[in-house]
Design a protein around this ligand. Sequence first.
Ligand code: OOB
Length: 556
Amino acid sequence: MTSTPTSAGIVPWPADLATQYRELGYWTDDLMVDALRISALRDPHKIALVDGDVRLSYAQLFERADALAVNLRKLGLDVDDRVVVQLPNCWEFVVLTLACLRIGVIPVMALPAHRRHELEYLAEHSEAVAIIVPDVLRDFDHQELAEVIRDVVPSVKHLIILGSDIHEGNVDLGALCAEYSDDLSTLEGLQISPDDIAVFLLSGGTTGLPKLIPRSHNDYLYNLKVTAAAANLDAETVYLVALPAGHNFPLACPGFLGTFLVGGTVVMLRTPEPRKAFDAISREKVTHTAAVPAVVQQWIDFEVAENTGQLGSLKVLQVGGSRLVDELAARVTPVLGCELQQVFGMAEGLINTTLSGDPEEVIIGTQGRPVSPGDEVRVVDEDGNILPTGGRGVLHTQGPYTLRGYYRAEEHNKRAFSSDGWYITGDIVIIRPDGNIVVEGRDKDLINRAGEKISGEEVENLIYRHPGIEMVAAVAIPDAKLGERVCVYVTLREGVHTTLEELRDLMKEANVAAYKLPEVLVVTEKMPLTKVGKIDKKALREDLARRGPIAPGSSV
Ligand code: OOB
């Protein structure tokens, strides 16, 4: 691979695989935005993007993206600069993504719930030159937080704010999208290679803070193509973005970018809350959308209770992010009247899906199979042996759109990848003889709360700040609504007491995303330890199972 500006800290694909991916046509050496622009040129008057009353044709969408790109260049942003993006689902998010792709600026896709703890680290680790956030959202002052971060992270030069209350010295994102210029010369001749990084996604992260996942133009464009084909997207598709748009799933699997690739229409909605989502689906005649199992549960309950009949246009509901239990899977088509597509994916790359036309038993009982013939998967036992078909173990993968290493994470990469460079997913699976994968559990220190991934270690590090805590372990407690919640086990120093509230307050003071706060506390006399002296989380999970249901908010 040639040395490109982003190559520092990036692990490239081995040369032989890269050659193979090109020969097989997976990598086309196109830039993402050039591929997307073809849809715009095909039918410029077609509606590309809907956000409430805002309706943008393809021509208007790309005009705004160009305007923003020119204005970002004017601000001084250059190829390979990184910007931390934390925006709600809105048309500006889409315009910004396209503008960044156009000028080789790399968005770091933060999540709406992230707070100082996460954002400061992301800005620092990516050496971001700008932070792009709303002024105030859901009573939280994002602009103020961005100012705090700018003051402590030297690389951050610009705060670009969405909203009406923009402080002096900060830049108005709305104005940057609206100030057109006929002079697009600053967009010409930029040195962007298709092997360069197009976006940084965030890993769920099993150790401490989230890792940055570099996605190149070649790999991510291919990701769009294969997932769009697997979901049967075409120019008639109306795709609803209801999950946070910076997540790989609604962003690119196929998500809003995949919908543009085929010339469809994207509808942005700020929340998957059933009443709003159902109204949007019926108003815009949405055909495809993506949800996590916790949202599916809400939608099914809502439809059963209200009998809305609003989902007549919906053809495909993609469900992924965490395991969809078979009982819920079986209710999707009867209650919501659409096809179910299970999606077992990861921001790191590999996407598996069931396909339309699969037997019902496959759609309900499996998480599907890899979307690309270039995806390689294997199942490995505890001793590192590759198991024969049907064996239960950890899934390893490599392929044309699966990363070879996290960004600037040399030590972590040694553990997250096998010696031959395959990504160790940490998911415990069975691959059936027909190729479909069933996710049975996981072998990674992570809590999956309604699709949001929480690192056990990160929670523990924060709770260890409490001087009275002797030992702490964060584990998943099963939950009917969200799949899992965070439970912490603690042992205390002599004479110390603590409460769930106190530990939650401690984490709030550390300014972490609220979804990471523990919801159940178990105070115990003694932590179970493994032979090597580490806390035995398997024993803790068994202990939780023995205790039976514990309501969220409880201490026991
Ligand atoms: C998606 O991506 P991430 O990066 O937030 O999380 C990946 C992890 C997987 O390794 C697995 O542990 C879990 O989330 N997961 C599932 C699942 N889909 C994801 N576990 C069981 N069943 C499923 N269907 O979550 C993601 C990215 C792209 C598309 C869809 C989901």
